[in-house]
Design a protein around this ligand. Structure first.
Ligand code: UDP
Length: 234
């Protein structure tokens, strides 16, 4: 399958049309952004890590009953996916306090929650992806009540599956962001699952093994992405 016209270029990926109207090709870039695009940079090799890792995660989740957009990996950076219409909602689940949660509530990072948290952000760069409660998402018609139910059900499976998977690799799943799309009328998991979109801490050292190394200038950014992929592939 070949790339035709470019449909869209996002911060971390490009999306291309193909000869099949039901399939897109995504191409993962090394570009990295943080703080709503204020901080920009490159992480050499990131595109390949995120592509290969996402595809491993999507196949694992399919096996657990979560439908995903994954079709076929073409090469290190490029994957054929189902041509979904992305819902303008980011789903964030947290097992441990970190990032914007710690900031919002004025608490330290590392508080282990009894129950995972579940929240939506409205995908809108101009507004800085604000936190959005369910009733607002419904009021704006961003999503239907039935879709929210499906998203909750799938997200819970994603959290449980990823938590267990990463733990076997010596990584604690602190939090993550996922996105869903609609394909042939059904909600399916789309976008990516990578160190850009998950917080992962080393089980033994608590070292941050994710995009926080870039956000916070912690060093060893490239090496950390490679190490996460190596562990995921084991
Ligand atoms: N996240 C993401 N894209 C976003 C916002 C958050 O992938 O636009 C991920 C982030 O990497 C982390 C989780 O979602 O794993 C929770 O992020 P948080 O709300 O703490 O925001 P941040 O600290 O990234 O501003």
């Amino acid at each position: 399958m070949e790339k035709l016209e470019q449909l869209y270029e996002g911060k971390a990926k490009k999306v291309f049309k193909t000869a099949d109207p039901n399939k897109f090709i995504v191409s993962y870039k090394d570009d990295a952004t943080a703080f709503n695009g204020e901080k920009k940079g490159q992480i050499a090799g990131k595109g390949a890590v995120n592509n290969v890792m996402s595809n491993i995660m999507f196949q694992l989740l399919e096996a657990k009953g979560v439908p995903t957009h994954f079709v076929e990996q073409l090469n290190d950076r490029e994957t054929v996916v189902k041509a979904v219409k992305i819902l303008p909602l980011e789903v964030i689940m947290r097992n441990v306090s970190a990032g914007s949660f710690a900031k919002r509530y004025g608490v330290e990072e590392g508080i282990v929650f009894d129950q995972p948290t579940f929240e939506f952000s409205y995908k809108n760069d101009d507004l800085g992806d604000p936190l959005m409660c369910e009733s607002h998402a419904l009021a704006l018609g961003v999503v239907t009540a039935e879709q929210i139910e499906t998203i909750r059900k799938y997200s819970a499976i994603v959290n449980e599956t990823l938590k267990e998977f990463f733990l076997e690799k010596g990584l604690k799943l602190i939090d993550f962001k996922i996105e869903f799309g609609v394909y042939e009328g059904e909600v399916i998991l789309a976008d990516e699952i990578s160190p850009d979109t998950c917080r992962l801490w080393d089980v033994k050292t608590n070292e941050k093994m994710d995009k926080d190394r870039f956000r916070r200038d912690l060093g060893n950014v490239e090496e950390t992405y490679q190490e996460v992929l190596k562990r995921v592939q084991k």
